[in-house]
Design a protein around this ligand. Structure first.
Ligand code: CTP
Ligand code: MG
Length: 180
């Protein structure tokens, strides 16, 4: 029961987990804010680029398409009835994850945090909230069927833990400059 909730939550959120990591690998180039300032701070900063955002959104969407092909075998292997992703849901999860992270950078700059500074809480949940809101808007029927309240509860508890673990891992692998 709990195991099937965790498996479902993880599966349904995979298209939202991958974009930020893909952006780290693919990022660089022109910043989204084009260097613009708001007051005496950057609007977003050099850490939010067009290339990283596009690559992350594409990676999350393509992953969902790949997962759709694996649903039968993954469901059989886990004994859990896993969801497929309509394209609207896949795109909403991936783009929402990227935009949630971008929104967090906006808030970080407004609160005087430099690029790369930690904002505990926000760092772990910005992309989750973005992904869930966008998936809800893009595919409300699918969203309601997939993200039941127990699944949502698991997502909100599990994601910060996974986020900390993967970012510390990426830091030690030399992929990220900070362990958050
Ligand atoms: N990245 C990107 N575009 C995005 C998100 C991330 O290019 N939309 C890349 C950038 O190279 C960024 C790296 O991934 O430096 C790490 O992402 P993140 O930790 O989100 O950015 P920070 O550099 O820490 O900047 P911020 O303080 O604004 O979060
Ligand atoms: Mg960062």
């Amino acid at each position: 029961m709990v195991v099937s909730l965790v498996v479902t939550a993880f599966w349904a959120m995979l298209p939202a987990y991958v974009p930020n990591n893909a952006a780290v690998l693919a990022g660089g180039g022109r910043p989204i804010d084009g260097g613009r300032m708001l007051g005496d701070r950057r609007l977003l900063g050099d850490g939010k680029t067009w290339r990283g955002t596009a690559a992350g959104t594409l990676a999350g969407t393509l992953l969902a398409v790949a997962l759709n092909a694996l649903v039968p075998s993954a469901s059989a292997a886990t004994g859990v009835d896993l969801p497929t992703f309509p394209l609207t849901a896949a795109f909403g999860l991936a783009l929402g994850a990227m935009l949630g992270d971008i929104g967090a950078s906006f808030l970080k700059r407004r609160s005087g945090r430099e690029r790369g500074a930690a904002f505990p809480g926000l760092d772990q949940l910005d992309f989750v909230v973005g992904a869930l809101v966008f998936a809800f808007v893009a595919a409300p029927v699918w969203f309601s069927a997939t993200f039941t309240l127990p699944v949502l509860a698991v997502v909100l508890v599990m994601t910060p833990v996974l986020h900390v673990v993967t970012n510390v891992g990426a830091y030690f692998l030399g992929l990220k400059n900070e362990p958050w």
